[in-house]
Design a protein around this ligand. Structure first.
Ligand SMILES: [Zn+2]
Length: 503
């Protein structure tokens, strides 16, 4: 069959990604769109990529057009500065002034840079601008502990849904090439084209004063939606088909497309990270169409084919969709009863667990020789490894301290709260991002972990699973809590019960 564009019927062959490259799709199909119409959807693809950027960055997904895993940007709550977020690290994007003191005619600056290259660029710029300056010390690498990062993303919206509709349409065209060109999809394609135009014009968010072009594009969406009764033929869906298989991949996406020959329903389902779930009604197939459903699981963490997808086909329609009477009903209900928040919290938990296991794997390789070393050498090795994980140790510290704080407040002992807050206080004016006391707390926590790991290593039980427990679960929290909280609790219990002490 000739490869023609499903939008215009001209020769296809643009080499479009079936699942968006920016989300880690690795497969190209050159027979679905002409270059012009492939391009016409890029605004929608950019929008969905932006909505998911934090998740993809945290997970370490590599966009197919890039050599490096995804980086997202957020705002550091304490300083208001921009930070970049990747699976590897969170760091500032620009040099920062830590402190400045007047000295004679000039001033002494304490600066922090995101990396060595940035130091060099700064030095060059100072020279180019003709500033007189002397470095007072060589730059030293220091970890920076980030507290909360502000990163707000809205999922869905008209463009987000449009992007999912476009993805479903592309998969449908791949699996049902003849039907996709039969005109059956024309209303659906009109809709994806119309919303794509809005996205391409930067109209995903309502602008205060919109230019004529955008107003026209919005009006075109309204017209394109008429055949669907005025609402988009895609919606958030929280009723997955009964008996559906679990996704083949830990953080896999799933796209399902099918036809139910019984009434001709052409449908689709999309589940991103097995968490954000949508259903799509693409149209009605001619009478006599065969019933068939294709499900593709996509692994955004696969580097390349062939193990990046897992495809299944059945000659039934278990995934057929129930078009809601009011399109936003599903989402409204899911928000109201907490389904959506729970699903999202569950995804974040899975992401954290994934990070922890990755860390445990790396550390266990590095620490493998420890049982053959002398006690002193083993400790040095363990210290060196833990020195590279300040952010993870900080997570343990804050979990322990905040956990106790919440418990104390609940038990009516609010007066301990400031003491606990001080243990983990941030300081924007310090090189580490922490107050002196918090730095001491972090050092104590590290010491607690070193001691526990030394002991485990000597006993021959410092394996990968144990490292994961110490770096992120109960046993680690316990070890850290013992050392970090004991002095506070002791002082507090003495002052809280002076009679008992004097007795
Ligand atoms: Zn075309």
């Amino acid at each position: 069959m000739a490869k023609t564009c499903i939008v215009c019927g001209q020769a296809a062959g643009s080499g479009e990604h079936v699942f968006p490259a920016s989300l880690g799709g690795r497969r190209v199909n050159s027979g679905i769109y002409c270059p012009k119409h492939d391009n016409s959807y890029s605004g929608l693809v950019n929008e969905i990529a932006e909505q998911l950027d934090f998740l993809n960055a945290y997970l370490g997904v590599r966009p197919d057009h890039s050599k490096h895993p995804k980086t997202a940007y957020g705002e550091h709550t304490l300083t208001g500065e921009t930070v970049s977020i990747s699976a590897k690290e969170i760091k500032f994007t620009k040099p920062r002034v830590i402190s400045r003191t007047a000295v004679g005619e000039g001033e002494e600056l304490h600066l922090a840079f995101p990396n060595h290259q940035s130091v060099k660029q700064f030095a060059k710029k100072m020279e180019d601008d003709g500033h007189e300056w002397t470095p007072l010390s060589k730059p030293s690498a220091r970890p920076y502990i980030t507290g909360s990062i502000h990163h707000k993303r809205k999922f869905g919206g008209a463009c987000g849904l449009g992007a999912i509709a476009y993805m479903t349409q592309t998969f449908f065209a791949q699996e049902f090439p003849e039907l996709a060109r039969s005109g059956t999809l024309s209303n659906f394609i009109n809709y994806t084209q119309a919303i794509a135009k809005v996205a391409a014009l930067g109209g995903c968010e309502q602008q205060p004063e919109e230019r004529e072009e955008l107003i026209e594009a919005r009006a075109a969406v309204t017209v394109a939606l008429e055949p669907f009764g005025g609402t988009a033929p895609i919606w958030w869906d929280f009723s997955p088909p009964a008996g559906a298989r679990a996704n083949k991949f830990e953080f896999g996406h799933r796209v399902t497309v099918g036809i139910d020959g019984f009434d001709g329903q052409i449908y689709g389902r999309v589940a991103l990270f097995s968490t954000l779930t949508f259903a799509v009604h693409l149209g009605t197939a001619p009478q006599g169409s065969a019933t068939r459903e294709v499900t593709v699981d996509i692994d955004p963490l696969a580097e390349h084919p062939p193990h990046d997808i897992d495809k299944h086909q059945v000659l039934s329609a278990p995934g057929r969709v129930q078009v809601p009477e009011h399109a936003t009903e599903g989402l409204a209900n899911a928000l109201a009863d907490g389904t959506q928040q729970r699903a999202f919290a569950n995804l974040l938990e899975r992401l954290e667990e994934h990070q922890l296991l990755k860390l445990a794997r790396t550390m266990s390789t590095a620490l493998a020789p420890c049982s053959t070393l002398s006690l002193f050498e083993a400790r040095t090795l363990i210290e060196k490894e833990l020195d590279q994980q300040p952010q993870q140790i900080w997570r343990l510290v804050t979990a322990v301290v905040e956990g106790l704080r919440a418990e104390m407040v609940k038990g009516g002992m609010e007066n301990i709260a400031p003491v606990l807050d001080n243990l983990i206080a941030y300081d924007a004016q310090s090189a580490s991002g922490l107050s002196q006391q918090a730095e001491a707390t972090l050092a104590l926590a590290k010491a607690a972990l070193v001691a526990q790991m030394e002991q485990d290593c000597a006993a021959g039980v410092l394996h990968e699973e144990r490292i994961a427990e110490l770096m992120g679960r109960g046993p680690g929290l316990y070890a850290v809590g013992q050392l970090v909280l004991a002095p506070v609790l002791q002082v507090f219990s003495e002052s809280a019960h002076p009679n008992e002490v004097s007795r």
